[in-house]
Structure formats: C-alpha cells, structure tokens
Design a protein around this ligand. Structure first.
Ligand code: NIG
Ligand code: ZN
Length: 403
C-alpha cells in the first residue's frame, strides 16, 4: 500500500544536505519513505493526500522524557514560582506516588502521555525509569516503559532514597537493579549533580552499565558547573542533557568529541550530543542552556521535552522549538533540526540499513521511517511566528496516520 502526499508548500527534510524543498511531495510505502521530490514529478500511488499547501517536517524525536510516574507536584511548582529554588529532593515525592500505583494505572498514565506527545507531532521517543528506585519498582518501570516508548533508559541513579547510604545504593544500582532492568532497556543514565550522585558514583554506575552492554547518557551541569559533561565525553556517552552551566573546557570537550564524525556524510564516530531542555529551564528558572554557543563551537545539539512531573510537565516539542528560536537565538531550521535529527543522533537512530528494515528517524529521506509532521501553516517559521498555536495538522508514525 503506497500513499502520495502532495501539494506540500515547504518540505523541511532535515536530511544530510539540509534540503528544504518547495512545492514538494512524499510517497510512503508501508512504514518507509519511498520517494521525495517536486510535486510535479511525483509517481502514482495507491492513495493520495492533498497537503493543501502546508509545511511538512520530520516528526519530532523526543530523546529525553520521564513518563513513568504517578502523582502531582503542583505545590512544589507553586513554591518555585514564589521564589524557591529547584532541588533534586522532589524526586522522592514522585517515587512514593509511583510505587503506590498499580501496574495497570502506571501503564495507562504512561500511554496517555505518549498519546499526548504523538498528537502534537512526536513520532519517536525515549523514556526513562527513575521513580521506582528499588529493584522491584525500577524493573517494573522498565518493563512498562518498554511497552510504550521506542527506547528505554535505566535511571536507577536518579536519587538516593532517604535513609539509604549513597555508596550502598550505588552498589545496588550497579548490581541487582541493573540485572533486573537489563532485559527492557537500551541506555543507562545518571543524575550527576550535587544532591544526587557524585562524579565517582556516577562513573561507577556508567561503567557497570557499559559493561552490561548499555549505551550511556548523563544528566549533567543542570544546577551548577560540575563534572557531568567531562564524564559523559570521557566515557563516550551518546548525550549529556541539561548543560545549563558550562565552563569553556566543557564546550571544548563536547566539540572535540565530534572530530571523528563527518556531518556531510553522517559517517564516522558520533560524539556526545548536548541535549538542551528549554521547557525545564523555564520551569525551574535556570538560565537557558547555551545552545547558540554550542552550535557555533561545532557541537551537535538536540532539543527534548524532559517531560516529568518535577521540572518540565510538558511533552510539547513545538514549545521547545519556539523557545529555542525566540530566546536561545537558534534559527527555525536549526531549532527544528535539533528537535528531529539532533534527537535521532542522540539516540543513535540517525542512520539505518534499509535492507533489513533498521530505519533511521529524524529526517525525511528515502528508506527512512515514515515519521511525518504536517503543520497547519505554510512554513516551519510559523512555529516561532505563532507561538503557542496548535499547529499540528497531521501526523504519520512509521507510515500509519496517527492524526
Ligand atoms: N534532573 C533530574 N531529573 C529530572 C527531574 C526529576 C524530578 O524533579 O522529578 C530532570 O531531568 O529535570
Ligand atoms: Zn531528565
């Protein structure tokens, strides 16, 4: 079954050549993109959709979310808006509520959040454990997450539950807890920050998880300058996320990590993506991450929602893109790229082998997964020009029309 989507006013491919086609068309065959080009040259297909002169982008790739949770942190948010600083301790409130929730309800909550994200144009998403914080509850979160998200990250090292010795808890994260989550997860993450895990504890967790075959990610440099970025780069993490407080040597290390990668061909060894989380920065009143400086230094940047009940209770990637343009000085093309191709790079899904169906996401190219986002606007610029407007008109996820 093939579908021709034609009369696309602007097709922002976010492919390796950064092509933006005018008056374009796309053909979807099953779950893959089989053709793109000028509408006038489009081949026939079984079915046709008139895009009505709207703009099309790749679906958003949300490479950082925490969707496995129950409960509410409105009071903490209100206190913050009244001037209190964010501190990692709030994670324990969500841990209690999550542990007290049945499998059925936790699944339903997570599925509802994924549905919200997809309805706004997200077509590929990562989510994390991190509100279970004991062997049984981390394994349960990982298992449920694997049924609702495209990729799952183990974040047992999110907070040391109160009353526990931090080194003993770190041993648990590196041992029995890791064994229990291992069948369900592709990545491991650690909250390397004052009040959470030290550099030494973070290193221990990351090395144990790497030995177990997991890819690495780090929550780093969120609340102050610290060792997170350097550790992430040193251990070859796929991303370091937050990056609000960066020293000059952090930016240099991130840039250097990309020296073996060729952005023109997408070949070579990927470095560490700097993932910026603008919705979180605003909700916690932290300085916005220096995405402009990072891009100018040659770092690959992703934008992600960080959807979670404490610091960023939104899955709106459009909001992140709008903020990146209006307040972080990215161009619309750069911001959309960070929220699509950048996320794919951070999840190692930017390339694929068409022959065996291992499909790339985050850009519109032949053989890639047909993850498409049609805006109710003639150009992607409207994402920043009309902030807060409901611009998602249609969504295809792996070739299936979701909206
Ligand atoms: N910073 C660490 N973890 C989450 C917040 C967790 C919470 O406060 O519940 C984040 O990415 O912002
Ligand atoms: Zn996070």
């Amino acid at each position: 079954m093939s579908t021709l989507i034609t009369n696309i006013a602007e097709l922002m491919t976010q492919d390796l050549e950064h092509r933006v086609l005018k008056n374009a068309a796309v053909v979807v065959e099953g779950e893959r993109i089989s053709w793109i080009g000028a509408a006038a040259d489009a081949p026939a297909a079984d079915d046709a959709v008139d895009a009505g002169g709207r703009a099309m982008l790749p679906g958003w790739v949300d490479s950082h979310s925490h969707l496995l949770f129950a409960g509410d942190r409105t009071a903490e948010f209100e206190a913050r808006m009244a001037g209190e600083a964010y501190a990692a301790g709030g994670i324990a409130v969500t841990m209690e509520a999550t542990r007290a929730t049945s499998d059925f309800d936790l699944t339903r909550l997570a599925m509802g959040r994924v549905a919200e994200a997809v309805s706004q144009g997200t077509t590929y998403l990562e989510t994390k454990t991190g509100y279970g914080l004991d062997v049984e509850n981390e394994a349960r979160s990982a298992r449920i997450a694997s049924t609702v998200a495209d990729q799952v990250t183990y974040l047992g090292a999110h907070l040391v539950p109160s009353g526990q010795n931090s080194d003993e808890y770190t041993d648990l994260v590196c041992g029995p807890m890791l064994d229990a989550v291992r069948p369900y997860v592709q990545w491991a993450d650690v909250f390397c920050e004052e009040g959470a895990f030290t550099a030494e504890q973070s290193r221990r967790v990351l090395l144990a998880c790497r030995d177990a075959g997991l890819g690495l990610r780090v929550h780093g440099n969120q609340l102050g300058e610290g060792p997170g970025v350097q550790l992430a780069v040193e251990l070859g993490a796929a991303s370091v996320d937050h990056v609000n407080y960066l020293a000059e040597q952090d930016v240099k290390a991130l840039a250097a990590s990309w020296s073996g990668w060729d952005g023109v061909s997408g070949a070579g060894e990927r470095g560490t993506v700097a993932t910026c989380l603008p919705a979180c920065d605003l909700s916690t009143r932290q300085p916005l991450a220096p995405a402009r400086e990072l891009l100018d230094a040659g770092v690959q940047v992703a934008l992600a929602s960080n959807c979670n009940p404490g610091t960023s209770y939104t899955s709106s990637m459009a909001y992140c893109v709008t903020t990146a343009v209006l307040q972080m000085r990215l161009s619309v093309h750069e911001a959309v790229r960070a929220a699509t191709y950048g996320g794919a790079l951070a999840l190692h899904k930017d390339t694929g082998r068409d022959a065996d169906g291992e499909r790339a996401v985050g850009s519109i190219a032949v053989g890639h997964r047909a993850d498409l986002h049609l805006l109710n606007a003639p150009s992607a610029t409207h994402l920043a020009y009309r902030p807060g407007m409901p611009l998602t008109y249609a969504v295809w996820r792996a070739g299936a029309r979701e909206r």
